[in-house]
Design a protein around this ligand. Structure first.
Ligand code: VGL
Ligand code: ZN
Length: 191
């Protein structure tokens, strides 16, 4: 457990918030149990990041209607996060400053994009800004958070997973995801 989350930051850090959108919260189309409970935790991290001038990146799953990842199209998921829908909006309690950088993913017609690094150019952007370490939270721990963290490690970024700022689709999936991340040198923190 960190003493003070602000003090945990150092130069070269960024805060990364993955897909905290209505459809992944309990009343949404692809509800994640207690998905909304991470919002107040993330708000503390956002405030600390703003106070320390730590850049904040926020991703959104942003699917065209009839996306390839939807069940009707042979994919694994119910329709969710359809572009411009209420379900695709960021959770209303999430206090995002105007200075956040948004990452839009899931827009590809030919395949899903679980990772925020997949065809977004994000690794290049982070390197240009001198970012070397990512503090990561969001939804879902065993899907888009996992895929993003794995890609971050492949791209040689250090990663700290904020454990209490993420929730999995399934409990077992979350455990496996944490094991996998830990093996790849991801630090797992509560703050
Ligand atoms: C996600 C399932 C489908 C996620 C996105 O953001 O974790 N999960 N699309
Ligand atoms: Zn999706």
């Amino acid at each position: 457990m960190l003493q003070s989350i602000g003090d945990a930051f150092r130069p070269g850090d960024a805060l990364v918030i993955v897909d905290v959108q209505n459809d992944f919260c309990p009343d949404g189309a692809l509800p994640i149990e207690q998905g909304n409970e991470i919002v107040p935790v993330l708000n503390r991290w956002i405030a600390a990041a703003v106070a320390r001038h730590v850049p904040i990146y926020v991703s959104r799953d942003w699917h065209p209607a009839g996306h390839i990842s939807f069940k009707e199209q042979g994919g694994p998921w119910p329709p969710h996060c359809i572009q411009d829908s209420q379900g695709a909006r960021f959770a209303p309690g999430l206090r995002l400053p105007e200075s956040v950088t948004k990452i839009t993913k899931g827009v590809r017609f030919d395949q899903d994009q679980n990772s925020i690094f997949d065809a977004t150019g994000l690794a290049c952007e982070l390197r240009l800004r001198g970012i070397r370490r990512l503090w990561v939270g969001g939804l879902a721990e065993d899907v888009c958070v996992l895929a993003s963290v794995l890609d971050a490690r492949r791209n040689d970024f250090e990663v700290v997973l904020i454990q209490n700022a993420t929730r999995p689709v399934t409990v077992e999936g979350g455990e496996k995801a944490r094991q996998q991340m830990h093996k790849l040198g991801v630090r797992i923190e509560t703050g």
